[in-house]
Design a protein around this ligand. Structure first.
Ligand code: ATP
Length: 246
């Protein structure tokens, strides 16, 4: 089976600081890969390199077999990669359903025609409704995003990423700041992601990592320290020494 996302010897330096060092791994359809590592290990830098926000000093990134190393973030989205949107960059006063419809509209390359005309596309409205149902948000279709609880806003971020029909999705700390009570809804949403999607998640919450991931890559000082099943990684003495602590 060919890889959906492949990193080959990816490197990044900030001046004298070598932040990602020869990072290589691949994601296939259905993978649930967690990228973990101590603070400052280079996780965010690596995800920015994957999404195209940051370039690579050397190495190669491929999406669905296509070399995307020099493509912009928008081109990578079109090539099948989605990253959770930061909700704060969206229009918070828009109703939730509208927000999703806009993302669908953008996916279809119709943004220039103004959002009012979304109403002329019942198929997109139906798709937006089904996404909201999957995330348990149908009751909030008409609610302004800014009036949702924080955990629900994180769900919308995930819903928006999915609206792009990606093959690979990057989830950057989906649990961060989510109150305990809302955590289960987020977990349910993670479990309901399409099976054939390849998911790369960065998350500090180890309960979630070990519950969700079928593979874990441990980054330490910018390099891959371990890459294996959750059990292999949990037992790896180098990982325990560098990160897990016990
Ligand atoms: N734009 C930048 N310019 C210079 N140094 C940077 C820049 N971005 C990150 N760094 C440095 O690169 C290293 C890796 O940072 P990065 O944020 O990628 O780590 P991380 O694993 O995501 O950490 P955390 O878990 O704390 O979010 C750190 O030493 C950080 O200070």
């Amino acid at each position: 089976m060919s890889a959906l996302l492949e990193l080959q010897s990816v490197d990044k330096r900030f001046g004298g600081l070598h932040v990602t060092r020869g990072v290589s791994f691949a994601l296939h359809a259905g993978d649930r890969l967690a990228l973990i590592g101590p603070n400052g290990a280079g996780k965010t830098t690596l995800v920015n390199q994957i999404s195209g926000v940051l370039g690579c000093d050397s190495g190669k990134i491929s999406l669905l077999g296509e070399d995307v190393t020099r493509l912009s973030p928008a081109q990578r989205v079109r090539a099948g990669l989605a990253r959770t949107f930061q909700i704060t960059t969206l229009a918070p006063h828009f109703a939730v359903q509208r927000q999703i419809e806009l993302a669908l509209f953008e996916r279809e390359g119709r943004t220039g025609r103004m959002w009012r005309s979304v109403d002329a596309y019942p198929a997109l409205q139906a798709e937006a409704q089904s996404i909201l149902t999957r995330f348990g948000l149908s009751d909030h279709a008409g609610t302004a995003t800014e009036d949702l609880a924080y955990g629900e806003q994180r769900l919308i971020e995930m819903a928006l990423a999915l609206a792009l029909r990606p093959k690979v999705v990057l989830l950057d700390e989906p649990m961060a700041g989510v109150p305990k009570g809302d955590g289960n809804r987020l977990l349910a949403a993670l479990d309901s992601l399409p099976r054939d999607l390849a998911v790369l998640i960065i998350e500090h919450d180890m309960d979630l990592v070990f519950r969700f991931a079928n593979r874990i890559v441990v980054l330490a000082e910018g390099a891959v320290l371990a890459d294996g099943s959750p059990d292999e990684v949990r037992r790896d003495p180098r990982v325990r020494a560098a990160y897990l602590g016990n």
